[in-house]
Design a protein around this ligand. Sequence first.
Ligand SMILES: C[S@@+](CC[C@H](N)C(=O)[O-])C[C@H]1O[C@@H](n2cnc3c(N)ncnc32)[C@H](O)[C@@H]1O
Length: 294
Amino acid sequence: MTDLFALREAITQEFSAAALWFGHGAESAADEAHWLVCHVAGLPFSTDISMIADNTVTAEQLEQIQVLAQRRISEQTPLAYLLGEAWFAGHPWFIDENVLVPRSPFAELIAGRFEPWFVAYEPGTILDMCTGSGCIGIATALEFPRSVVHISDISPAALAIAQRNVVRHGVGDRVQVIESDLFANIEGRFDLIVSNPPYVSQLEYDQLPVEYHREPALGLLAGGDGLSLVLPMLEQAAGYLNDTGWLIVEVGNSAELLADCYPKIPFDWLEFEYGGDGVFALSKAQLLALSKPL
Ligand SMILES: C[S@@+](CC[C@H](N)C(=O)[O-])C[C@H]1O[C@@H](n2cnc3c(N)ncnc32)[C@H](O)[C@@H]1O
């Protein structure tokens, strides 16, 4: 029997000594070691470090942890893919290599119930476009239990995972999964459209650490400049929003280039307590006033 705290320490040292990149659901070697030992021991990732010394693993679990740790190091595959699971917005998600590992700062907006945009009323209809694993749309549905949520993606393989997450979180009666190239198959109007689309430029993609290249390029790359998804989204979104509706989109490092394309739009770039940037909110009225990009 080995206690989880000692194991966590040993694996933290192994991960720290290896050429690994952290940021796919865990922020550091210690964070990722914690996630690994808790997962195999059947504990949530959020289990406090002070609690794990009281837990031991069996010889079989110990071997499983060691094999997974060695694979993480030798393959440089994000831990979420090795475990088939990731944590986002406080919930567990089925994950495989057809979807990005959830890590969006949208988690903070969801926890804050999309204030200040939805204080007086709750969004009744929500669209999560480019949903991948479904994490943003389904977590939002869990936060607003009376809402109807559509989650869409162009990738059937990603949507198969999203559908499993719909079932896992028991929201099948009000979360609809739609295969769609941006708005092509989307019908109706929404109070809130959220999206974390691909927004990485080719130059940035080529320089990313190995772990990112284990993820589907379809989920990251957005043309040469990183804007090939967000520009049509900005042009079409107003037609799918109710009059008081909001579009909230993550564009990461492409924020500056996007702002340059629309010099007259006062993008509201959101600030996050727990990290992340490049997320903007625009009302339907602001979208209607959008001038064509230069
Ligand atoms: C950055 S990932 C985001 C996944 C998820 N929302 C998250 O935050 O983890 C972008 C997603 O956009 C999807 N996608 C790429 N091109 C698309 C398109 N033209 N229309 C709809 N979805 C698209 C990809 O399949 C991928 O799942």
